[in-house]
Design a protein around this ligand. Sequence first.
Ligand SMILES: CC(C)(COP(=O)(O)OP(=O)(O)OC[C@H]1O[C@@H](n2cnc3c(N)ncnc32)[C@H](O)[C@@H]1OP(=O)(O)O)[C@@H](O)C(=O)NCCC(=O)NCCS
Length: 187
Amino acid sequence: MALPERRSSPQVTLRPAAPRDADLLRQWRSEASVRRFQPLNELPTAQLRADVASQRMADLYRGRGEKFQWIVQVDGQPAGWITLVVSNWEHGLAEVGYALATVFQNRGVMSDALAVLLDDLYHNTLLERIEARCAVENIGSQRVLEKSGFEREGCLRGYFKLRGRRMDNYLYSLLREDYLAQREGPG
Ligand SMILES: CC(C)(COP(=O)(O)OP(=O)(O)OC[C@H]1O[C@@H](n2cnc3c(N)ncnc32)[C@H](O)[C@@H]1OP(=O)(O)O)[C@@H](O)C(=O)NCCC(=O)NCCS
């Protein structure tokens, strides 16, 4: 793949993942930089396709459903993904996860993508608390969360095993009221 032209302000957009994205998702998940700080199972394209095919994006806006996935696009080119797993609709709890293909990393893309998603989630859904976790060594991910307004709440010791080593994770969250106060200010 040709390296995308580096531009100071690429246009970052999101679209719901579709079955046709399954092979791209499989390729991205196999990249060394994408796996560096997170344990990702080797999933066959067929399973990734079935997962995406079963999502009903309209459910998110009706307070139903568990797992939702978007493709991050940079100037219209697929660049990575974001997933949202809702653990409890009654209390408005969900967790976000994300990754960019290697060639799209370190260009400020994920902060822009999260800004688009958070704006939608906190204006158009019943979610109240969005969490994210990342390995304590994943400085880039921590920066993205902090730039996006998330607060670090604590350290989850030995949270997962990566290449035979147990890794501590940081837990971050962003509450709806904090998000709206940060973005829209008082009044
Ligand atoms: C982590 C990831 C999502 C970050 O998104 P991104 O768009 O590449 O992030 P940015 O370009 O905004 O860079 C993040 C910031 O971290 C900084 N950073 C990255 N690695 C760093 C390091 N090792 N030490 C210090 N700072 C670092 C960058 O300089 C940048 O700082 P800035 O915002 O002050 O300019 C992306 O790199 C990625 O997909 N990585 C692989 C998959 C992954 O780790 N997913 C997250 C799992 S929790």
